[in-house]
Design a protein around this ligand. Structure first.
Ligand code: KGT
Length: 276
């Protein structure tokens, strides 16, 4: 057994304030089994604009944000999926939206760079989202086999709309958990969030831990919240509507195995590419 946790936040442009908040939440946990804590997209800095994000972008493996995350993971004995944070890319005017997986010894296990960027018109007060203006898209799928949580897949926010990403991660081995840091808009979240996260959990027959931003941010953007932990059968195991805080659920591998035994969609699938 293992424990799955999502932190829901209303992050501000102030990095120290946001990291202090993460630390307060971690300090409250009782950890006596492997614990995965998923932080929202842009947990360290939100609503300050792209110049601020560019100014705090760190090289991979170096810098105050990564160093503090590593200390916290070790001190509180948890695995961290550090939402997304800006890291220096290869383009001088852009950063990557990077999700770091840090183990309970404080070591970086992997980095995933958001692949699908949110260049979308939304009928809210922001109207035009153009993430690619300041974000350099990733192009590599990242999942990690053999974690204490099984085969763990990483995806960020808008990525959840592209089921092919998850199918590709599961090509050779089914996913056991999907970690999904997010900052869904209030508008699109109301319409689609729950259906999307449930669909990804059901079709992959895996746990899904979705950690969201919530509330109204410094730039007046409103995010949807509704952080959720979904079971491999599509049940909502834990949910926090629009407040700030933590939710948790148990990961039980026997449930995953039973669902896959009774309904073996993974082996029934005629569209896995190596079968075609
Ligand atoms: O740019 C930042 O400050 C932080 N990044 C985000 O908030 C990102 C890109 S704008 N948001 C999303 O991907 C929302 C997706 C979404 O809402 C949907 O798919 O409906």
């Amino acid at each position: 057994m293992a424990n799955l946790i999502a932190l829901q936040m209303t992050s501000t442009p102030d990095v120290t304030e946001n990291l202090d908040h993460v630390e307060q939440q971690l300090a409250r946990l009782t950890v006596n089994e492997p614990t995965l804590v998923v932080l929202p997209e842009c947990f360290a800095c939100f609503g300050g604009g792209d110049k601020v994000l560019l100014s705090i972008a760190e090289p991979l493996g170096k810098g105050p944000i990564q160093s503090r995350l590593s200390h916290m993971a070790k001190q509180y004995g948890v695995w961290l999926v550090a939402g997304s944070m800006p890291l220096e890319g290869t383009h001088p005017d852009k950063f990557t939206a990077s999700c770091l997986l840090i183990n309970d010894a404080g070591e970086r296990v992997t980095e995933y760079q958001k692949i699908h960027l949110f260049d979308v018109q939304v009928a809210d007060n922001t109207k035009t989202y153009c993430e690619s203006k300041y974000t350099q898209a990733g192009s590599t799928l990242v999942s990690v086999k053999d974690t204490p949580f099984g085969h763990l897949g990483l995806a960020i926010c808008y990525d959840v709309r592209f089921p092919g990403l998850f199918q590709a991660m599961a090509e050779h081995q089914a996913l056991d958990v999907i970690a999904l840091p997010a900052a869904f808009t209030q508008k699109t979240g109301e319409a689609h969030w729950q259906a999307l996260i449930k669909a990804r959990a059901i079709e992959n027959q895996c746990y899904l831990v979705a950690a969201g931003q919530t509330g109204i941010h410094a730039n007046q953007r409103q995010t949807h919240g509704h952080s959720c932990i979904i079971s491999p059968w599509g049940e909502t195991l834990a949910e926090i509507p629009q407040s700030v805080g933590a939710i948790d659920a148990q990961l039980d591998p026997t449930i995953v195995n039973r669902i896959r035994r009774d309904m073996p969609v993974y082996s029934h699938n005629k569209f896995r590419s190596y079968l075609v």
